[in-house]
Ligand binder design. Structure first.
Ligand SMILES: NC(=O)c1ccc[n+]([C@@H]2O[C@H](COP(=O)([O-])OP(=O)(O)OC[C@H]3O[C@@H](n4cnc5c(N)ncnc54)[C@H](O)[C@@H]3O)[C@@H](O)[C@H]2O)c1
Length: 317
């Protein structure tokens, strides 16, 4: 198989590339390195095209000759859309249209897509199943849902096949953004006080990147519909204050006071409870192996051992 991975230098995309290489496939990485990092792919001997997904001509030229596209490029900052209302439209919706239309022109029939639990907005049903019909509460979620809708339409029109994954928050090796990252940055600046967005009672599910990648490849191997949609998350969840306690303990800090900003949500569009029903994927034989607590500990250890990753990016906006 010749696989084309957009966002292949990113946190999740680089692990996808690792697995593809391990399985003996030819891989091309396409990335503009806006948030991706050379060090995540430095151990690999694969072609890397350093370009933007919004550059349609370059994208088409680079994609030619591949059999499957793993589309893992995006604006992965779930909060950015509040201040910049174009970013999700451009980096997620239009970028995905670019990918799909290049595939159509080149006759490439298979796409694997990184969607998000944010497409469920603030659901009323937990754990939330794939067939839940949501109202949107964020431009990031709305853009991901629009990507899913386009992928489904291309599958219908052009005889393509797709695997769409709605992720909870991923953690683990090469983690570069999210709540653990933000907490560690804040604690580096002030080890005596930690600001908590919302009331800290938000409950979220987290998935270790190794479990997530295993789930993706398991589904791609076993699910054979034209459009295959899967939740990808953990059976458990954890509230933000408990997560903060673990991070502080792992950092060896003591007497840290919490500055709790209050309110049910961390920011507008943040869902106070994220817990997905993963029965569909588990019925195919996958299940997560790493507990959320262990995954958090691993993530803190990774960022402590890779201080340049921690200093390479700002706290999420
Ligand atoms: N990390 C999570 O917890 C999480 C949760 C839900 C969904 N997702 C989705 O998973 C995918 C991967 O996320 P991630 O966490 O690895 O984020 P990331 O920011 O580490 O990866 C995105 C990659 O895409 C590249 N990129 C961004 N814009 C580009 C452009 N215009 N042209 C070319 N390359 C570009 C970046 O350089 C980076 O390597 C994204 O689609 C994201 O929305 C992630």
């Amino acid at each position: 198989m010749k696989a084309f991975v957009t966002g292949g230098a990113g946190f999740i995309g680089s692990h996808i590339v690792d697995q593809l290489v391990k399985d003996g496939h030819d891989v091309t990485i396409y990335d503009n390195f806006s948030t991706g990092r050379e060090q995540f792919i430095a151990h690999l001997d694969v072609p890397v095209v350093r370009a933007d997904v919004l550059d349609l001509e370059k994208l088409k030229e680079a994609m030619a000759g591949h059999d499957i596209v793993f589309h893992f490029q995006a604006n992965a900052d779930v909060r950015g859309g509040i201040d910049n209302t174009r970013v999700d439209l451009e980096q997620n919706t239009i970028a995905t249209w670019n990918v799909l239309d290049c595939m159509r022109e080149l006759g490439i029939k298979k796409i694997v897509f990184s969607s998000s639990a944010t497409v469920y907005g603030e659901p009323a049903s937990f754990p939330t199943p794939e067939n839940y019909s949501p109202l949107q509460t964020s431009l990031y979620g709305a853009s991901k849902l629009s990507c899913e809708a386009m992928i489904q339409s291309y599958c219908e029109y052009y005889d393509m096949q797709s695997w769409i994954f709605r992720f909870v928050s991923w953690i683990g090796e090469r983690y570069t953004h999210g709540v653990i990252f933000d907490f560690m940055k804040k604690l580096e600046n002030n080890p005596k006080e930690l600001e908590i967005l919302g009331d800290g009672k938000q409950k979220k599910s987290y998935l270790d990147v190794k479990d997530g990648v295993a789930g993706i490849f398991h589904a791609v191997t076993h699910a054979k519909e034209k459009v295959n949609i899967f939740n990808l998350g953990h059976d458990d969840w954890m509230n933000v204050l408990d997560l903060a306690d673990i991070v502080i303990k792992e950092l060896g800090l003591a007497d840290v006071s919490y500055n709790i900003l209050g309110g049910e949500r961390g920011w507008k569009g943040d869902s106070p409870f994220v817990h997905l029903d993963t029965t569909k994927l588990k019925d195919l034989g996958w299940k997560p192996q790493v507990s959320i607590e262990q995954g958090i500990k691993n993530t803190v250890a990774y960022l402590q051992a890779n201080k340049d990753v921690l200093s390479g990016r700002d706290i999420g906006k």
